[in-house]
Write a protein that binds this ligand. Sequence first.
Ligand code: PGA
Length: 262
Amino acid sequence: MKKPFVAGNWKMNIGLSEGVDLVEELKNSLSDYKYVEIVVIPPFTHLYLIKKKLDGTNIKLGAQNLHWEDKGAFTGEISPLMLKEIGCSYVIIGHSERRKYFGESDEIVNKKSKIALHHGIIPIICIGETIEERENGATFKVIEKQLRVAISGFNKEDIMKVVVAYEPVWAIGTGKNATPEQAEEAHSFIRSILREMFGIEESNCVIIIYGGSVTMDNSYSLLKMENVDGFLVGGASLKGDSFTGIVKNGLKAWLERGGKSC
Ligand code: PGA
């Protein structure tokens, strides 16, 4: 049985000492939540120390990016081996901010996801449409292309490890989350593509999370949806009480709907 998944993407916010304080708070408030896969995703400079603070707890560590080569002359980049050595379990790939500001293409997302899996780091692959694409009726077309290229060359074993994050760009950092129905529509579409590519059992096992203005107030109704398996949280992950509230309310909804049959 898979657990619901809640990850906090700190982005380029909060310094090291604030990050350590936040993690200490989360260690206390979330220690009973063993039935949720909880992940914190700080900036690179915090990873080593935060991993030390998380050792022996139920909270896992993720990174916000990686390079697709193991090593070499890539000034300013971070290798998957470096993340592995520190103890990162997850890595975000293809966040819309990376696509928009750093030119990451679907092909780069594919290369990065492959190298992450190769080294045993689970990629959280982000896909999602802009507001213009939604208004033009292109939502499904856009997310289908992003998904198919991101996971091209993956086999059944690979896909069952991956986390897919549906993050409509218009919902990120805007305070305007997708409604539970909009999220469910996109998630069930994503799962139908995975079903067609890999089979029914495999597609049911893939964790598909939602991201975009998730708060402790909307996490319950979003996680009530059949194909929403958790969250990638930005702004609301920077405060202990709001991140904890998302985990608690989300788990309540998850249990009420009977969990996930995988
Ligand atoms: P937000 O960010 O929760 O602040 O909207 C989500 C994300 O970028 O993953």
